[in-house]
Design a protein around this ligand. Structure first.
Ligand code: AMP
Length: 296
C-alpha cells in the first residue's frame, strides 16, 4: 500500500500515520522527521533546512524530492509506505508521480484530513505540552507565530494538491475533527473499500461473506434433499394403479411442502431457486406417472 496523508500542521497526519504503520507494518516517511534528524546531525541538508524550518518556510523542492527518492529505494519501503508531509507543493507531487512511474509503482490513495483551522492552534499547543511533559525538546516551529506562517504556506502551496489529486481520482477526504480512533477507523474503512487493505480489525465483510456462502450451501443442500425426497415419492406413487392417485397426490402435497421449503431456502440464497425447480419437476413427474398408470 502506498498512501499520502495530506493536511495542515496539527491535523493529525503523524498520529494517523503511526497507527497505520502499527497495524499494517509499512513505513512512515515523514519529510519533517527526516529534516529534523538532518538538522540534529548537522548534515549539509540539515544546515540548509534549519533556518527555513525554524521560520515556518518550506525547504526547496529539490532537497525534499531527493530525500524521498533515496528513501523509497530502501528495502523497508518495498512493502509500501505512508507519506506524511510530502508532497507539499505541486512540483513535489509531479516529481513523486515521475518517481513512482519509473519504478512502476502505483499510489493507492491520498487521504486528506480536513480540520477547522481554529482547532489547530490548540492542537499544536497541546502537542508542545505533551512533548514537554515527556521531557523531550519542543519543536522550534510549534509556536503560535510560526504556526500562523506554516498555515499560510499550507493554504497557498499545499492546498492546491487537493485539486491535483482529486483530478487524478486519488483524493479521499476524512473529517479530521473526529476522535483519533474514529479517524483511524474511517481511514481503514476507506482503504479496505479501495481494496488497498484486507479486512482485519473490521472482520464484518469477511464474516458476512462467509455467512452468505454458508447460507447458500445450506440452501443448496436443502434443495437437493427435498427434490430427492419428492422424486422418491413420485416413484412410489407409480406402484399400484389405485394407490398411484393417492401416492401421487401425496407426492404433490410433499412436493408442495418441498416448494415451501425451497421458497424458504430461496430467501436465504438465490441458489435455492433450484429447489423450486426441483420441486416442480417432482410434481410434474408425479402427475405424469399418475396419468400413465391411470391410462394403463
Ligand atoms: P512537519 O513535521 O511535516 O510539520 O514539517 C516540519 C517542517 O519541515 C516544515 O514546516 C517545513 O519547513 C519542512 N518540511 C517538511 N516536509 C517538507 C516538504 N515536503 N517540503 C518542504 N518543506 C518541508
Amino acid at each position: 500500500m502506498r498512501l499520502i496523508l495530506l493536511g495542515p500542521p496539527g491535523s493529525g497526519k503523524g498520529t494517523q500515520a503511526q497507527r497505520l504503520v502499527h497495524r499494517h507494518g509499512i513505513v512512515q516517511l515523514s519529510t519533517g522527521e527526516m529534516l529534523r534528524a538532518a538538522v540534529a546531525a548537522g548534515t549539509p541538508v540539515g544546515l540548509q533546512a534549519k533556518e527555513i524550518m525554524a521560520n515556518g518556510g518550506l525547504v526547496p523542492d529539490e532537497v525534499v524530492v531527493g530525500i524521498i527518492a533515496d528513501r523509497i529505494e530502501e528495502p523497508d519501503a518495498k512493502k509500501g509506505f505512508i507519506l506524511d508531509g510530502f508532497p507539499r507543493t505541486v512540483p513535489q507531487a509531479e516529481a513523486l508521480d515521475e518517481l513512482l512511474r519509473k519504478k512502476h509503482l502505483k499510489l493507492d490513495a491520498v487521504v486528506e484530513l480536513r480540520v477547522n483551522e481554529s482547532a489547530l492552534l490548540a492542537r499544536v499547543e497541546k502537542r508542545a505540552e505533551e512533548t514537554r511533559a515527556r521531557g523531550e525538546e519542543v519543536r522550534l516551529d510549534d509556536t503560535p507565530e510560526v504556526l500562523t506562517k506554516r498555515l499560510a504556506q499550507y493554504r497557498s502551496l499545499t492546498e492546491p494538491l487537493i485539486h491535483y489529486y482529486s483530478e487524478r481520482r486519488k483524493l479521499l477526504t476524512v473529517d479530521g475533527m473526529m476522535t483519533i480512533e474514529h479517524v483511524t477507523r474511517e481511514i481503514n474503512r476507506i482503504l479496505t473499500a479501495l481494496g488497498a487493505l484486507e479486512p482485519k480489525e473490521h472482520e464484518e465483510p469477511k464474516r458476512a461473506a462467509k455467512r452468505a456462502s454458508t447460507a447458500s450451501k445450506a440452501a443448496k443442500k436443502t434443495a437437493k434433499k427435498t427434490t430427492k425426497k419428492a422424486a422418491k415419492s413420485a416413484k412410489k406413487a407409480a406402484k399400484p394403479a389405485r394407490k398411484a392417485t393417492k401416492g401421487a397426490s401425496k407426492a404433490v402435497v410433499k412436493a408442495r411442502g418441498t416448494k415451501k421449503a425451497a421458497k424458504k431456502a430461496g430467501r436465504k440464497a438465490a441458489s435455492a431457486a433450484n429447489a423450486r425447480k426441483g420441486a416442480k419437476t417432482a410434481k410434474k413427474a408425479a402427475k405424469k406417472l399418475t396419468k400413465k398408470r391411470a391410462k394403463r
